[in-house]
Write a protein that binds this ligand. Sequence first.
Ligand code: HGY
Ligand code: MN
Ligand code: MN
Length: 421
Amino acid sequence: MTSIVSIDPQTREGLRCNGTRLWDSLMTLARIGATPAGGVRRLTLTELDGESRRLVIDWLRDCGCGIRIDAIGNIHATRPGTEDLDPIGMGSHLDTQPNGGRFDGAYGVLAGLEVLRSLDDHGIRTRHPVNVTIWTNEEGSRFTPVMMGSGVYAGAFTLEHCLAQRDREGRSVGDALDAIGFAGRDAAPALAAYFEPHIEQGPILEAEGITIGAVEGALGQRWFDVLITGQDAHAGPTPLAMRRDALLGAARIIAAVRRIAEEHPDEARGTVGELSVTPNSRNVIPGRVALTVDFRNARDETLSRMVDALRAECAAIAASDRLEIGLEEVVYFPPCHFDPALVTLVEQAAARLGHSHRRITSGAGHDAVYVARRHPAAMIFVPCEGGISHNEIENAQPEHLAAGTDVLLEAVLAFDRDAAR
Ligand code: HGY
Ligand code: MN
Ligand code: MN
């Protein structure tokens, strides 16, 4: 182990991460759950998730980190500091979408790891301990709610509620955690601050030729499970006027979700991502359809108006098509604003390193959204190719990933030097 020195402001100048090592670690991790099309399928709390967790824990232990695992499976790795202060946090998630990419989540975790490795390279011991956290079930694809681990950490959900959530096969979060050996008992640490690097997952930075996004906040989200019940009937003898066609009702709801987003201001988004039809037979009028609605907006009151409009549309479709339509809200968090001082710290770090930067709002939810309810938090965005994510073709440039990691390193060191003096 090289001799450890406390930070001298001068040694910080020219401090850079090892971009090649970062890229190699990302590509090694991406092999766990790799898909033939070049993406990653590593659903939360599957054996593949467990395998990725164990790999990254080994890498974190190599940096001298102590490892704690809390009751929802969040992994907290702590590199000791020279003073008894709350850790400075970094991190993100390792779980992916079913047709996910190599960078969503993984970049934030491995950028934090690269910061620890770079501190080791330069023999630097920070005043604060420095943490890397791997949050459980950020994606919300296999289990709802989305951002589950960070939500429990922030008190947005109870542990009991989350452990009881079930996937489509009826498997509970609690059983899945046990199965991969990550049902922990450790207390989750408080943090002095939290920085989460992430690819933007949208087109703005790339389109403007900007390297760093200092993220001011994230859109609010409201998710619904919708069940439409009509009546199975024969596709031939059943006259049109007699039909109670749940799939026709669903089609009208899907069109309404898009129209409501188009008709509302404040960066409105509306998506139906899941649809299941029963009995799903070509010559049976479907009597039962389940679908999901994902609404987002920059203003909470506009988000509420969008939901009101959806409820009104569903009531009108139920009446006109003689259907029963039930809406169950499964996720709600209002628009979030990150800590202004940390956002400025990120901007200043980008400027000191000579990177183009701009302030930006996240269309995606992230663990930092819930962490921000407990501690000062901010995010660092880097561009992704074509603004595409949640897709196997997701891609990012090594130099952008390294730049975001250098900004993370610079921001952590600046916070460590200036905070709690
Ligand atoms: O849905 C989101 O915004 C994130 O990918 N969980
Ligand atoms: Mn993510
Ligand atoms: Mn995602």
